[in-house]
Structure formats: structure tokens, C-alpha cells
Design a protein around this ligand. Structure first.
Ligand SMILES: [Zn+2]
Ligand SMILES: [Zn+2]
Length: 251
């Protein structure tokens, strides 16, 4: 039997397919766990939302393919062609660079997200693309990847582009993807998972969690950031935390 994977195109297609399955599995597992947790922490939160949840899952599965294909192509290029600045030796760069690289990736992704997100709130791009994400009222844990293909592509190119620019240990890339996945889900599940002491602390005032992103889904015109509140604060678009979370604090 000829070795199908011996031809580069077959190997690329296989890598893209495998990566898509990984992204789908990651989405179903993470959103599934946090949706289940939501049913425990806030019973009744999903009542009446089942048609919306079905739409969130359908859009998210389509997005998973759009995230998986470029990631799969890059993964093949990394392994077969030596593309990218992903490294595997712990001593290839100083140890202090490990956390710094994670921070650089998060800051770069946050910057890209903030400005493309603001652009998508202009009337035309909103109508064409971003309305899909905002059709979740209120969003649930399943909305983490509920994007129109235009928005999904804008998000899907970030990490594949950054691995060519910023050196990163493969394990730290895993940390970045883990943070991306967990924050994407928890920011949409309708309750705050992080301790109040952190959310309402000085450091917490610079971080985006559900308390912050929920207000974006309520008011649309503020809180555009992804991980950090720096761009929102700098550009005067920071609306603070959602009312429900302020009340939660008082109760
Ligand atoms: Zn959102
Ligand atoms: Zn938005």
C-alpha cells in the first residue's frame, strides 16, 4: 500500500484534519465542563436558551474548522520544514523568557483582538459578521467560539502568525492556548469563577474576566478587550464591571 502521508499535500491535509478534530474536542470538552458547572452554580440559567445554545454550538463547530486548518498547516510546517520560532529545548532561551513569552503572546493577541473587535462594531462589519456573536443574549459557555466565519478567520490567524514572529517554547504555547480556551469559555458563562478578592483587587482591575466581558454583551459600546483592560482604559472604552457582578459583590 502506498504511503499516502509521504506526499506533502496529503500530510498537510491530514495535519489540518487532525488539528480540526483537536480544536473540536477541546471546545466540546471545555464548554461542556463549564456549562455543566453553570447548571450547578446557577440552576435555571439555561432555561429557555436551548435554541440559542444549539446555534452557539453550530457556529462554534464551523469556527473550529477555521481555527484547525491554519493551525494544522503550521504544525506540519513546523515539524516537516522547520518553520516557525517554536522551540523545544528548555535551555534554548533563558528560563526567565518562558513567562515573558506567554505575556508577549497574550499582549499581542489582546491588541489584535481589541482593534479588530472595535472595527467589527462599525455598522457594516457588525451586520455582516459580529452580530452572530452578539445574538447570544445572554451568552453561555457554549458561545466561546460562536463566531461568523469572518470573525473566526480574524481570530484564527493570530497564533499561527505570532509563532513566526515571537520565539516560544512549545509548552508555553500550550499554556497560551490553555489560557485562551479557558478565558474564552469562562468569560461567556454568565457568572464569575475567579475569587472576588482577585477581581476587585488592583491587579484584577487590569484583567478581563466574566464580570467585564458580560458588560460588553449587555451594552455593546464598551469593554472590547480580550485579556487585559489596558486598551479599553487607554481609549476610554472601559465601562467597568457588569451590574450583576457589582450586586453579587454586595450580596
Ligand atoms: Zn463575547
Ligand atoms: Zn462585540
Amino acid at each position: 500500500m502506498p504511503d499516502l502521508l509521504a506526499t506533502p499535500w496529503a500530510a498537510i491535509a491530514w495535519s489540518a484534519f487532525a488539528m480540526t478534530l483537536i480544536v473540536v474536542g477541546r471546545y466540546l470538552a471545555t464548554s461542556g465542563v463549564f456549562a455543566w458547572l453553570t447548571s450547578r452554580v446557577r440552576p435555571g440559567y439555561h432555561t429557555g436558551l436551548h435554541p440559542q445554545v444549539r446555534r452557539e454550538i453550530a457556529w462554534s463547530l464551523a469556527s473550529a474548522a477555521l481555527y484547525g486548518v491554519p493551525a494544522g498547516v503550521i504544525a506540519w510546517g513546523w515539524q516537516a520544514q522547520g518553520w516557525t520560532r517554536i522551540y523545544t529545548g528548555w535551555s534554548d532561551y533563558p528560563l526567565w523568557y518562558l513567562p515573558v513569552s506567554v505575556l508577549l503572546y497574550l499582549l499581542a493577541h489582546d491588541t489584535w483582538f481589541y482593534w479588530t473587535h472595535r472595527w467589527m462594531h462599525a455598522p457594516r462589519p457588525f451586520k455582516i459578521a459580529h452580530a452572530v456573536h452578539h445574538a447570544s443574549r445572554p451568552p453561555t459557555a457554549w458561545a466561546a467560539m460562536s463566531f461568523h466565519p469572518v470573525e473566526a478567520l480574524l481570530g484564527a490567524v493570530v497564533i499561527p502568525a505570532l509563532v513566526f514572529l515571537i520565539p516560544v517554547h512549545v509548552a508555553m504555547l500550550g499554556v497560551v492556548l490553555g489560557i485562551m480556551t479557558v478565558m474564552g469559555v469562562t468569560n461567556h458563562m454568565g457568572w464569575e469563577i475567579f475569587p472576588r478578592a482577585l477581581v476587585h483587587s488592583r491587579v484584577g482591575g487590569w484583567l478581563i474576566t466574566a464580570s467585564h466581558h458580560q458588560l460588553h454583551h449587555e451594552k455593546y459600546r464598551c469593554n472590547y478587550g480580550l485579556y487585559f483592560r489596558g486598551w479599553d482604559r487607554l481609549c476610554g472604552t472601559d465601562g467597568g464591571l457588569a451590574d450583576a457582578y457589582r450586586r453579587q459583590k454586595a450580596s
